[in-house]
Every structure is written in structure tokens, then in C-alpha cells.
Design a protein around this ligand. Structure first.
Ligand code: HEC
Ligand code: HEC
Ligand code: HEC
Ligand code: HEC
Ligand code: HEC
Ligand code: HEC
Ligand code: HEC
Ligand code: HEC
Ligand code: HEC
Length: 421
């Protein structure tokens, strides 16, 4: 009885081991597509070499996943026969559909990664790229112009051409090439402008991936110009506070009526620069004076808003200088430094309030911030007075010490002289 049970266990174990072996054989099965193409040259060889790094390869989708054919056949003709479903190389125009056969099939994609969107093809057709390719234009971007082919990587892979930091370069490989774009009516300066902008500097120089690359404003797959009506929405994604203020400001309806773009009419799109209070007011650098002229309500508002901003920022700067000076000279000013930080935050918030385009809103906040700024300013003055008093005290102390020491020396000499006598 015991030996019968042992035999049963042995048999089960053997069957289990054999099944494992069979499975691993299936997995290690040679892929004739790769094997044969590794023996070939140039563009027939390249795909087989590059494919080691491809996301599809890593997911177990081999050459046949895209090209069809039978990857177990050693004979070239059989492996690549139409009977076995082989699809030769897709033309540029066919590529979107070729990639989309899987990527726009939610049931299929869910098996691999339920979180991955399946809207790329649908969105692509709505883009200027997709519209033009349908008309037979071969210069516009399709899937592999942005993602490459045979070494396609996850978008989160820093080596992917669509990884955040690489997107501007990928788009500009066409859009900054004046010869390539010669037959189109659009400029080729977007990248040049972008890389000098606050966004370009933040992303490309400081590697701040919170700053927008081309696709954050234009969409990954629906690359159309955002259009006047939707530009605001593009900026709101990140600059919510300014967007909310703008939406209830008098400019909202005024700009809609004029057909003016909400944010970019003042800030531009690719060459957005840092701003100063000068751009509020009515002076040479003013953004307001381009539309408002003397005596209209906007002009007066601009003047008043700028004055409030300048007063606040000057008081803040002076307070900062005083407190920094006191700190350098050794006076403890940590409380004042904290208070100063609060004033700085208020100043930033008051600058945002420009976007309410309502002088009362801005000025009342500026006045509240000004009270705090004045307090810090006073504290700064006291700290500097303390520095001066300390210095006076020190000089007095040194003088007294010197006089005392001189007296002591005179006294010692006198004693010595008395001894000699
Ligand atoms: C025994 C060698 C061999 C095998 C196996 C093989 N190929 Fe090829 N493949 C070739 C040669 C040679 C060419 C170029 C001549 C031609 O087009 O037939 C080629 C061409 C191609 C092309 C380009 C076709 C074109 O029209 O330019 C693709 C795509 C391709 N192979 C994919 C595959 C896939 C996928 C498999 C596996 C299912 C595979 N190959 C298996 C030898 C092979
Ligand atoms: C994700 C889909 C996909 C996979 C997987 C894939 N290919 Fe391709 N392949 C394409 C596309 C798209 C083209 C067209 C490229 C072009 O127009 O430049 C292409 C083109 C080719 C060509 C023509 C030469 C060239 O580079 O344009 C060959 C040969 C080829 N593939 C072989 C292979 C082999 C071998 C494998 C496996 C090692 C493979 N492909 C895997 C999509 C794929
Ligand atoms: C104009 C360039 C461009 C074109 C054309 C393009 N893509 Fe993309 N693709 C991107 C960018 C940029 C991302 C997003 C990278 C990120 O999320 O940071 C992306 C992301 C993806 C992703 C990851 C999931 C997602 O949606 O974020 C897939 C899958 C994808 N693309 C497939 C395709 C397919 C299929 C096509 C052709 C129908 C295509 N792409 C055409 C630029 C492009
Ligand atoms: C046979 C089906 C199939 C075809 C055809 C196909 N893909 Fe994929 N692709 C997949 C699967 C499955 C994944 C893995 C999804 C995952 O795990 O995130 C994937 C992943 C990707 C990713 C990475 C997405 C990420 O996670 O960041 C990109 C980019 C991509 N494919 C682009 C393409 C392009 C471009 C083509 C056409 C040249 C193409 N695919 C053709 C099935 C396919
Ligand atoms: C393979 C070259 C190529 C690549 C790569 C490319 N584009 Fe394009 N793009 C074009 C061409 C060509 C047009 C058509 C221009 C036209 O119709 O006036 C175009 C049109 C556009 C338009 C519409 C412009 C208009 O006003 O008509 C936008 C926006 C755009 N591309 C953004 C992008 C972005 C963003 C990227 C990168 C994510 C990108 N493109 C990558 C070639 C490319
Ligand atoms: C901060 C958002 C933003 C970023 C980042 C951005 N764009 Fe734009 N882009 C816009 C806006 C807004 C327009 C103007 C749309 C209009 O006037 O209808 C535009 C217009 C365009 C156009 C249409 C032609 C033109 O010059 O007017 C192209 C092409 C374009 N951008 C490409 C790019 C490329 C390439 C990059 C990356 C180097 C990029 N954009 C980065 C917002 C952005
Ligand atoms: C993906 C997020 C994102 C989008 C979309 C975006 N921005 Fe920005 N923006 C940022 C970040 C992050 C910074 C800060 C950059 C830095 O560190 O200097 C910034 C900075 C700015 C600044 C300068 C602020 C300063 O302190 O001087 C202005 C102005 C600006 N953006 C306007 C816009 C406009 C207008 C749009 C729409 C056309 C837009 N942004 C779209 C993220 C975004
Ligand atoms: C009528 C012109 C005008 C419009 C429209 C406008 N801004 Fe501004 N924006 C300014 C001025 C002027 C400043 C500088 C304020 C300062 O530094 O005193 C500024 C500053 C900014 C800053 C820098 C940080 C800050 O708030 O001080 C950001 C970010 C910004 N704007 C985003 C936007 C967004 C997003 C929109 C669209 C909802 C928009 N702006 C619409 C004129 C405008
Ligand atoms: C693109 C043109 C344009 C620019 C630039 C512009 N405005 Fe205006 N603004 C208008 C229009 C149009 C109206 C509504 C009609 C009117 O009252 O003049 C308006 C209205 C206003 C109002 C409401 C006036 C009232 O009647 O109560 C204020 C306040 C204002 N703007 C302030 C500013 C400030 C501050 C700036 C600069 C930061 C600025 N505007 C820049 C076009 C502009």
C-alpha cells in the first residue's frame, strides 16, 4: 500500500517535470524570423538587431505579431508566405492603421496593460498630421516618426524619443527643418523660441518635467494648433489660479467678443518670458497700453494696479536688504526672516491677482500685504539700529579697555622704577 502511494507520487512528479520542460522548450523556441534576419545585411538585418530593446519584444510580441508569417518555418518562402498571413512592409500611409490594429483594440490591449489608453489612432485622425496623411501627404508625422520602429520603448523610458525631455527634439526634427517644411505655410521657429522661453528653460535646462513640452500644449496624438478658443484651457491645466481669475474678469467676455486668445494674447505661445510689474502699468513695457488708452477705465486700472504692486515690492525689497544686513552682522533675525517669507508669498499672490483685471481686488489684497511688509520693514530698521548700537558699544568697550591697559602699564613701570630705586 505504502509503495503504491510512493509510486503514485513519483509518477506525478515525473509528469510535472516533463510538463515544465515542454513549456520551457516552447518559450525558448527559436524564432526563425530573427534567426534568419540576423544572417542578412543592412535594412534586413537592422530590425533583428534593434529588436532586443523593443517594448513589443519584451511583451512577447515578436516580428510576426506585426508582420504576420510563421516564425517556426525555417524556409524563407514558407515563413513569409501570404498563406501564413505575412504582411510585407506597410507604406507610410498604412502605418497608422498597422499600429492601430492592436492599439485601438481595447479587448486585445487589456490583456497586456488595462491602464494603457487605446485612443491613439482615433485622436491621430483628428490631428493635422492625420488629416494630411489621408490626403496622401507623406511628410507629416505618423506613429513611427515619433516612436521610431523596431526599437520602440515605453514612453517612460528616458531613451524613448517621446520621453518628456526628448519631445521638443523629436518634433523639431521636422518642424525646425526649413527645407523639409518649405512647402507648408507655417513658421519653423517654434523650437528656437521655445528653448528660450520660461517653459523651455525649465524643462531642457533644469529638467523640470512639470514644465510643458510641445505635446503638453498640442496633445500627443491630436497635434493641431490649440486654436483660439481652447488655448486658455491648455494653460489652465497648470496655471489654475490665473485661469480661474481670468474667467470671471471683464476680459473674459471682452476677449471672446474680440476673438483674442485668452492667455497667449498677452503672453505669447512659444516664447513666453518671465514677467515684471512694468508689464502691468502704462509705460513702454506695458501690455495694457496696447489696447487701453488714456482715460478709459482699463488704463486707469492698469496705472493703479501697477502702483500698488511697485509699492509692495519695493517695501519688500528694502525690508529684505535690511534684514539680510542685520543677519550678516550677527544679529539674530530668524523671526523676521519667517515674516519676510510670508510677505514674499503675499507678493506672489497679489501678482496673480492681476488676472482678475479688477483694481479693487488687487489693491485691497496689496494693502493687507503692505501692512505686514511695513511691520517687517520696521523690524528690519530696528535690527540695523541694533547693529549700530552694538558697534558703538564695541568701540566704547575697546576704548575703555585700551585706556585701562595703558594705565596698568604705566603703573607697572612706576612700580619697577620704585624697585630699582
Ligand atoms: C530563412 C530566412 C528568412 C526567414 C526565416 C524570414 N525571413 Fe524575412 N526576409 C528574408 C529575406 C532574404 C528577405 C528579403 C527578400 C524578400 O523580400 O523576400 C526578407 C524580407 C523580409 C521583410 C521585408 C519585406 C519587403 O517587402 O521588403 C520583412 C518585413 C520580413 N522579411 C519579415 C520576416 C518575418 C516577420 C519573418 C518570420 C515570420 C521572416 N521575415 C522570416 C529572409 C527570411
Ligand atoms: C511593432 C510592429 C513591428 C514589429 C514587432 C516588427 N516590425 Fe518590422 N516593420 C514595422 C514597420 C511599421 C515597418 C515599416 C518601416 C518604415 O516604413 O520605415 C517595418 C519594416 C521592416 C522591414 C523593412 C526594412 C525597414 O527597416 O524598413 C524589415 C526587414 C522588417 N521590418 C523586419 C522585421 C523583423 C525581422 C522583425 C522582428 C525582429 C520586425 N520587423 C518586427 C513594424 C514592426
Ligand atoms: C507627433 C508625434 C506622435 C505621433 C504621430 C504618434 N505618437 Fe504616440 N505618443 C507621442 C507622445 C508625445 C506620447 C506621450 C508621451 C508621454 O506620455 O509622455 C505618445 C504616447 C503613446 C503611447 C503610450 C500611451 C499613451 O497614449 O500615452 C502609445 C501606445 C502610442 N503613443 C502609440 C501611438 C500610435 C499607435 C500612433 C499612430 C497611430 C502614435 N502613437 C502616433 C507622440 C506621437
Ligand atoms: C500585435 C499588436 C501590436 C502592434 C501591431 C503594435 N503594438 Fe505597440 N504595443 C502592443 C502591446 C501589447 C504593448 C505593451 C503594452 C504595455 O504593456 O504597456 C505595446 C506597447 C507599445 C508602446 C509602449 C507604451 C507604453 O507603455 O509606454 C508603444 C509606444 C507602442 N506600443 C507603439 C507602437 C507602434 C508605433 C506600433 C506600430 C509600428 C505598434 N505599437 C504596433 C501591441 C502592439
Ligand atoms: C515627420 C515630420 C514631423 C514630425 C516628427 C512632427 N510633425 Fe507636426 N507637422 C508636420 C507637417 C509636414 C505638418 C503639416 C503642416 C501644414 O499642414 O501646414 C505638421 C503639422 C503640425 C501642426 C499643425 C500646424 C498648422 O497650423 O497647420 C502642429 C500643431 C504640429 N504639427 C505639431 C507637432 C508636434 C507637437 C510634434 C511632436 C510631438 C510634431 N508636430 C511632430 C511634420 C511633422
Ligand atoms: C505653452 C504651450 C505650447 C508649447 C509648449 C508649444 N506650443 Fe506650439 N503652439 C501653442 C499655441 C497657443 C499656438 C498657436 C495656436 C493658434 O494661434 O491658433 C501654437 C502653434 C504651433 C504651431 C502652428 C504654427 C505656428 O507657428 O503658429 C506649430 C507647428 C507648433 N505650435 C509646434 C510646436 C512645437 C514643435 C513645440 C515644441 C518645440 C511647441 N509647439 C510647443 C502652444 C504651445
Ligand atoms: C504642463 C504644465 C504647464 C502648461 C500647460 C503651461 N505652463 Fe506655464 N509654466 C509651467 C511651469 C512649471 C512654470 C515655471 C517655470 C520655471 O520654473 O520658471 C511655468 C511658467 C510660466 C510663466 C512665467 C511665470 C513667472 O514666474 O515668470 C508664464 C507667464 C506662463 N508659464 C504662462 C503660460 C501660458 C500662457 C500657458 C499656455 C499657453 C502655459 N504657461 C502653459 C507649467 C505649465
Ligand atoms: C491682459 C494681459 C494678460 C492676460 C490676458 C493674461 N496675463 Fe498672465 N500676466 C500678465 C501680466 C502683466 C503679468 C505680470 C504680473 C507681475 O509680475 O506683476 C502676468 C503674470 C502671469 C504669470 C506669472 C505668475 C504670476 O501670476 O504672476 C503667469 C503664470 C500667468 N500670467 C499666466 C496666465 C494665464 C494662464 C493666462 C490665461 C488664463 C494669463 N496669464 C492671461 C498679463 C496677462
Ligand atoms: C487685447 C486687448 C486688451 C489688453 C492687452 C488689455 N485689455 Fe483690459 N480690456 C480690454 C477690453 C476690450 C475690455 C472691455 C471694454 C472696456 O471696458 O474697455 C477691457 C476691460 C478692462 C477692465 C475693466 C474696465 C471697466 O470698464 O471696468 C480692466 C480693469 C482692464 N481691462 C484692465 C487691463 C489691464 C490691467 C491690462 C494689462 C495687464 C489690460 N486690461 C490689457 C482689452 C484689453
Amino acid at each position: 500500500m505504502k509503495s503504491a502511494r510512493a509510486f503514485l507520487i513519483l509518477i506525478t512528479a515525473v509528469i510535472f517535470l516533463i510538463s515544465l520542460q515542454v513549456e520551457s522548450l516552447a518559450q525558448n523556441q527559436v524564432n526563425t524570423c530573427i534567426e534568419c534576419h540576423l544572417e542578412l545585411d543592412d535594412e534586413l538585418l537592422d530590425p533583428a538587431i534593434k529588436f532586443a530593446e523593443d517594448v513589443h519584444n519584451k511583451e512577447g510580441i515578436s516580428c510576426a505579431g506585426c508582420h504576420g508569417g510563421d516564425p517556426t518555418e525555417e524556409d524563407a518562402e514558407l515563413a513569409m508566405s501570404e498563406k501564413n498571413g505575412f504582411r510585407a512592409v506597410p507604406s507610410i500611409r498604412e502605418i497608422p492603421q498597422f499600429c492601430g490594429q492592436c492599439h485601438s483594440d481595447p479587448a486585445y490591449m487589456r490583456k497586456y496593460n488595462p491602464a494603457l489608453p487605446t485612443d491613439q489612432l482615433g485622436k491621430y485622425w483628428t490631428s493635422q498630421h492625420g488629416q494630411k496623411i489621408k490626403q496622401g501627404d507623406k511628410n507629416v508625422a505618423q506613429c513611427i516618426s515619433c516612436h521610431s520602429v523596431h526599437d520602440i520603448r515605453k514612453t517612460s523610458d528616458p531613451r524613448s524619443p517621446v520621453y518628456d525631455l526628448n519631445v521638443p527634439q523629436t518634433c523639431s526634427s521636422c518642424h525646425s527643418d526649413a527645407d523639409y517644411m518649405a512647402s507648408y505655410p507655417i513658421a519653423t521657429d517654434q523650437h528656437a523660441d521655445y528653448q528660450e522661453s520660461v517653459h523651455g528653460i525649465a524643462l531642457l535646462k533644469h529638467k523640470d518635467t512639470g514644465a510643458p513640452a510641445c505635446n503638453d500644449c498640442h496633445g500627443n496624438h491630436a497635434a493641431t494648433p490649440p486654436g483660439v478658443a481652447s488655448i486658455g484651457r491648455v494653460c489652465y491645466q497648470c496655471h489654475l489660479a490665473e485661469g480661474e481669475l481670468f474667467n470671471v474678469s471683464p476680459h473674459k467676455t471682452a476677449f471672446d467678443d474680440l476673438g483674442e486668445a485668452e492667455c497667449s494674447s498677452c503672453h505669447g505661445n512659444h516664447s513666453i518670458r518671465p514677467l515684471t510689474d512694468e508689464q502691468v502699468g502704462v509705460g513702454d513695457e506695458s501690455l495694457c497700453a496696447t489696447c487701453h488708452s488714456e482715460d478709459d477705465a482699463g488704463y486707469e486700472a492698469a496705472k493703479a494696479m501697477k502702483q500698488a504692486l511697485v509699492d509692495l515690492s519695493e517695501t519688500y525689497m528694502e525690508a529684505r536688504e535690511l534684514i539680510d544686513e542685520a543677519e550678516r552682522k550677527g544679529v539674530g533675525v530668524s523671526d523676521e526672516q519667517f515674516a519676510l517669507l510670508d510677505v514674499r508669498h503675499s507678493l506672489i499672490n497679489v501678482r496673480k491677482l492681476v488676472h482678475a483685471f479688477n483694481p479693487d481686488t488687487l489693491i485691497s489684497s496689496a494693502e493687507r500685504a503692505m501692512e505686514a511688509a511695513d511691520e517687517v520693514h520696521q523690524a528690519g530698521i530696528s535690527a540695523v539700529v541694533e547693529v549700530k548700537n552694538r558697534r558703538k558699544g564695541f568701540i566704547l568697550f575697546t576704548l575703555v579697555t585700551i585706556v585701562l591697559m595703558a594705565l596698568v602699564i604705566v603703573k607697572i613701570k612706576q612700580i619697577e622704577r620704585d624697585k630699582v630705586k
